[in-house]
Design a protein around this ligand. Sequence first.
Ligand code: 5GP
Ligand code: ZN
Length: 110
Amino acid sequence: MCVFCKIVAKEIPADVVFESIDVLAFNDINPEAPTHVLVIPKWHYENAADLAASAPTTLAELFTVADQIAKERELDGYRLTFNTGESAGQSVFHAHLHILGGRPFAWPPG
Ligand code: 5GP
Ligand code: ZN
């Protein structure tokens, strides 16, 4: 079982900020910004493209949950990222949407 499936199964703890039938959101263990939340499907998909192909409604929910969390925190802007593949920085191969906020961000990202 992958690390995020273990979090869904409550086999390892996480600081959960939102939960629905299909989606879980929790604070990143190694935050890169004052807000750094990961929004994930509870079912295992390797990346965003697999999630889009198999469960597009859940993919859409990740974005609406992200916006809801940003509004609750009154973020004046936020960055959403799906890293896909090792060279793009993906280290956990269970689809997850990063919400980053609470500080300015450079463009393009490093
Ligand atoms: P990726 O590099 O795959 O885009 O993002 C994986 C993210 O998961 C990283 O930002 C990393 O800090 C976070 N992460 C890895 N393991 C855990 C964990 O056990 N708990 C939590 N809360 N975050 C984790
Ligand atoms: Zn998984």
